[in-house]
Write a protein that binds this ligand. Sequence first.
Ligand code: 5GP
Length: 343
Amino acid sequence: MRIEEDIKLDYSDVLFRPKRSTLHSRKDVELKRTYKFKHSNNEWSGIPIMAANMDGVGELEVAKSLAKFELMTCLTKQHDINIIKHCSYIKSIYPYLAFSTGTKSEDFKKLNEIIKEFSFFQFICIDIANGYSDHFSKFVQSVREKYPTKTIIAGNVVTADMTQELILSGADIVKVGIGPGSVCTTRIQTGVGYPQLSAVIECADAAHGLGAHIIADGGCTCPGDIAKAFGGGADFVMLGGMFAGHDEGKGKVIKKNGIKFIEFYGSSSDTANEKHYGGLVDYRSSEGKNVKLKYRGKIKDTILNILGGLRSSCTYVGAPSLKQLSKCTTFVRVNQQHNDTFV
Ligand code: 5GP
């Protein structure tokens, strides 16, 4: 047994240190980024925030709203050929869409069918809860061999060694995060995880050294956390809970004492397993929860609030663009992130 003694950080453990700035207004901050991906050689431009491939979030209506702001959406694994065929606006939003897949042979078959039919899909998101298995790297390798010009997202992992392994197996973008999610219970069920800001800093460093990119996935609770992820070196930030509870997610609406709530649940929760796989198999336990979120209306207001916060973070640290945010970042470690008297 070994214990690592150096301190690892979550978003709530730090704040940005403000710095002198020549920026006149938040309006002057450029949030758009352009990336060229290591293996696919594709170029992408947009604001690098993504909706997670979770029910109620990774949905086509959400993608339509996010694409207007040049934000991306990872569609849930349940989006098959028929659903995509029925979407009239799919061609207008595809640069901001990723198609998600698991690693079973039937998943690969479905992926092949989708790409054959909709060859314009640029992003493939190969997503499993534990990206540390040998089988996973091999699967990434086989997708890379079959699709040399598609941009492959692979995850989730939280350490530099596995980030490098996935990139060397063919991933362009590694998805980082084990256990930080708003409806995730992995840390309680298994005791496994890694503080998210440190995971982002360490994996970004490893990926950038190889000319690849990372997504900080999970654990953002407010716009400030998204800014901290970018400050720590994330190229993209993926959001589940922060994008949940809106009209566009089409979640189940529950009314209680006249107040509207929307159901939101983890992809490994009992609810998701029952809905998509006919229940949990005996040897597995649920690693996600089901919560009721206060209904939040149109997603556009949430997007504007996030982008406004992000622009403000950049002005506080003197970064004229999101690209420069991490260079302008000094984090101070804190014991208290905010005053919660009225929370
Ligand atoms: P959030 O933004 O809600 O904090 O985190 C979203 C991320 O949580 C997702 O992108 C995914 O990586 C993770 N996640 C979603 N559902 C589950 C689940 O049921 N269990 C676990 N362990 N993680 C989940």
